[in-house]
Ligand binder design. Structure first.
Ligand code: JEK
Length: 274
């Protein structure tokens, strides 16, 4: 997979040379190229920002350097480009929230291009222009908090996507297990333990060392349901009551959740928040 990143802070992307991503690059599984937006600003100060029309605090990135930089990247497709061109990813606080489903979609693409804004973002015509030219543009957000620019989002998206590429994550079994996540009904994972059996007075739950695989599975399912109900009740809206055992329903009722009549779970009538 080829990844081009345009940024005024290329140093911010140095972690892409480390660990599994760095090794994937060294092995030729991933070709990451970082480009300096300022090479496409031609005044004496290499200006990339200006004041917003309509007023308001802060500065925006001017469209001309972006147009020139992205045209240059798009003009140099990777060998074996399928003709569809890249997906252009533009991190933004108002983008669609990036998800594992998006990571899976992007992992099937041969070419991703990232446009990293700074200041208060990029003049809106840049996205409009490349969409009009038929480029598949996705504005993505990491979540509902404010960052200083798009570079951290690039690190997150590239890590989430690259680990799905064949050969990037050593242990194929971990990915196979993840791909069966549907079997876990979209619940949070149960807690996990390794040796020693006792640490600072805290013991590993006895059931996990008991050798009863059915009991282990039931304990893990109960923990997953309780955790999800307490930490991510939104995920229970997608839990199919038809896939729940009587024991599941009892655990969820203890946590204050009941089938909502719309193919998921919601707060049980009269339930008291924990
Ligand atoms: C890309 C520039 C910084 C800072 C103005 C005023 C309330 C902010 C842009 N999940 C994510 N959060 N933030 C980003 C992100 C931030 C970026 C850029 C992504 C480029 N900035 C910035 C202030 C404002 N707004 C109203 C919200 C805009 C992000 C991602 N991905």
């Amino acid at each position: 997979m080829r990844v081009d990143v345009v940024s005024i802070f290329g140093e911010y992307l140095a972690p892409l040379s480390l660990s599994l991503i760095g090794r994937a690059r060294a092995q030729g599984l991933l070709d990451v190229r970082v480009h300096d937006l300022r090479e496409h600003a031609h005044d004496r100060h290499r200006t990339v920002d200006d004041t917003p029309y309509g007023g308001g605090a802060g500065l925006l990135m001017k469209p001309e350097p972006w147009g020139e930089a992205l045209d240059a990247v798009l003009a140099a497709p990777p060998a074996g480009d399928d003709g569809r061109g890249p997906v252009l990813l533009v991190p933004s606080p108002v983008g669609e929230v990036f998800s594992q489903a998006a990571a899976v979609e992007l992992s099937a693409e041969p070419w991703l291009v990232f446009a990293c804004g700074r200041y208060e973002g990029i003049d809106a015509r840049v996205v409009e222009h490349y969409r009009a030219r038929g480029v598949r543009v996705r504005e993505v957000s990491l979540g509902d908090y404010v960052l200083n620019g798009g570079e951290v989002a690039v690190l997150v998206v590239v890590e989430a996507v690259a680990r799905l590429l064949p050969g990037v994550v050593g242990n194929a079994a971990s990915l196979t297990e993840e791909s069966h996540a549907a079997e876990h009904d979209g619940l949070l994972e149960h807690p996990a333990y390794t040796k020693p059996a006792s640490w600072r007075g805290l013991d590993v739950p006895a059931v996990l060392a008991g050798g009863d695989h059915g009991a282990v599975a039931r304990w893990r399912r109960e923990q997953a349901l309780r955790r999800t109900a307490r930490r991510r009740p939104d995920l229970l809206a997608h839990l199919d009551p038809a896939r729940c055992t009587a024991a599941d329903l009892r655990v969820l009722a203890e946590e204050g959740f009941a089938p909502d009549g719309a193919s998921g779970f919601g707060p049980a009538p009269g339930a008291v928040a924990h």
